[in-house]
Design a protein around this ligand. Sequence first.
Ligand SMILES: [Mn+2]
Length: 340
Amino acid sequence: MNRRHLRLLLLSAVALLSCSYWVALWRRGPFRQAGSDGSPATLEDLIDSNNASSIISISSSVVSSTVLPPCPADPPGLVGPMRVEFDWRRTMEDVRRGSSAGLRDGGRYSPPDCVSRHKVAIIIPFRDRHEHLKHWLYYLHPILKRQQLDYGVYVIHQHGTTTFNRAKLLNVGFVEALKEYAYDCFVFSDVDLVPMDDRNVYRCHGEPRHMASAMDKFGFRLPYKTYFGGVVALTRAQYMLINGFSNTYWGWGAEDDDMYKRILRRKMTVSRPDSKVGMYKMVRHTRDAHNEENPHASSQLSLTAVTMDNDGINTLKYTVKRIDKDQLHTMILVDIHGPK
Ligand SMILES: [Mn+2]
């Protein structure tokens, strides 16, 4: 069998797999998750070995026939509880030295020795918090690598000085990340939150995940039972089911409560790590300028059920001003058309 035959054989196998995947998806309905209804998780394994980039790598590296195995379900290199100190003498050079190994341009990474089970875009809403971003990058890149994720870091930088809109920036990040790669999971994280236990894996689950379940500023527990702030993870399908997040919460507060209400409204629940694994340390800071408390929050929040279908990913409008690819992250400067 010569090289061309082998290639043909491999390509047809891949085509067959992708056909059966779409048929299986069609039979399940658009928003069902593999495995969540008790069925075997083999569909997810198929999806992992079935994306565009692995097709390319199979056909181009067939001579050496080094097809990577899937990564283990439990990443073997995790260390558990970690000490987190925000050392103000830390420089960006320290961060690059400690964190850039194995990273591709734009803060992209995939494990060198196995095919990750999770394609994760990490979306960080941002304005004028470079000091915090430095700490975040310093701690998170090594953690995310140990977690064997196929990931990218997207910093969504709100242009101008109009009122901050966290949830709308997260919507922008979702769309912009998908333009680059077929991510299946999205972790939406504040820039000042660093996990204190790497068993809190930055991946998605069968239900939307609230990851920051024990922040230091709330005494390492939830401030209230329905809290959904700080760091959350949703699959692409979960996110689409709730029409993304609201675009209309200008200023501080309640946009995360709106997310929670959307999730309940779509008959999903929220899962969380326990209060040990879910521990987070927040960089101490004062309230930012141009992020005053949203005076309309409570009236907006009382209307989520009626507004959510017409306020979200289907009504999102913004203008990208520039995209910068650093080795540690992709920075997207965006005009989100704030109120005058
Ligand atoms: Mn904060």
